[in-house]
Design a protein around this ligand. Sequence first.
Ligand code: ATP
Ligand code: FE
Length: 355
Amino acid sequence: LTLLGLESSCDDTAAALVRRDAAGAGTVLSSVVQGQASLHAAFGGVVPEIAARAHAERLDHCVEQALDEAGLRLAGVDGIAVTSGPGLIGGVLSGVMCARGLAAATGLPLIGVNHLAGHALTPRLTDALAFPYMMLLVSGGHCQILIVHGPERFERLGGTIDDAPGEAFDKAARLLGLGQPGGPAIEAAARSGDPGRYPLPRPLLDRPGCDMSFSGLKTAILRARDRIVAAEGGLPRQAQADLAASFQAAVRDVLVEKTRRAMDVYLDLRPAAPALAVAGGVAANGAIREGLRALCDETVRFAAPPLALCTDNAAMIAFAGAERMAAGAPAGTDLTARPRWPLDAGAARMLGSGK
Ligand code: ATP
Ligand code: FE
């Protein structure tokens, strides 16, 4: 199966072509990603209206470029997969409308893909993991620990109850006067810092379960910074590095310990080929990655897809579409956007949480 994938749920416009063979192995034929950071920089966050307009303007061109780079035409494609949620409604709609237009013009089947499912299935594209595997998805907008049972079955063991870790990195960097995106800036500053000089809390580690919280860390950074500034008349470079190191260590400890707990639940299932996969921009962090890798051993495989496929992209959407098609998911020519779309909707209903 060769699928065209479209992604426009946040601030990246992306198109890709991916092939999936009968054995389930995937190949990325092309992957085009156009970021919008410069469009939103002046506003301190993604502006939904600006994002939606940019997606609508750029999608056609991204599709053409992806087809060119793959040396393909739409006639050589077996289906069109598009992120149909969750995300910013305007952006999701831009992608869905573009995909519907292409499907109407070509008669190709159309498959709506959950953006989070795209992230969660990426390790099957890059590392051919077998179901069920564990997935820690940590990005600027998401934080979930999942057991991935199949292309349409995700079991959520825990997640953040407030900020996503990437968001926390970005806010902490701002408080410390470091640049954006905050993750790489903090990681760089932390290299010359002492994580023990200003100990920060490890939120929710004293509570059972796999839920996490990161907004308190931000407040703790703010207090520590203000104390230092009051005493020193500014934030010395070394204190900045020490706070960055403390922050990174706190986030790492929370993520690693909660993942360790989730792993116990997962290993109780006696998976045939146990594996832990990470995805999302925060998985780029060396300290966090090494902490998670240390949870694995000869019996549990560690999979960290290349960063370009860990952050938002359309190859993951095309591959997830191919996985669903191969599993016999219905594909039509019609599709609606679902701005809110939890991955394990079925489980949430069963538990009566209504979310
Ligand atoms: P979404 O949440 O919709 O998947 P996003 O654009 O918010 O998309 P990503 O692109 O996956 O998220 O990741 C961006 C986030 O990852 C930013 O918050 C950034 O600070 C963080 N990040 C990137 N590199 C690092 C790093 N080395 N250490 C920690 N965090 C990082
Ligand atoms: Fe994403």
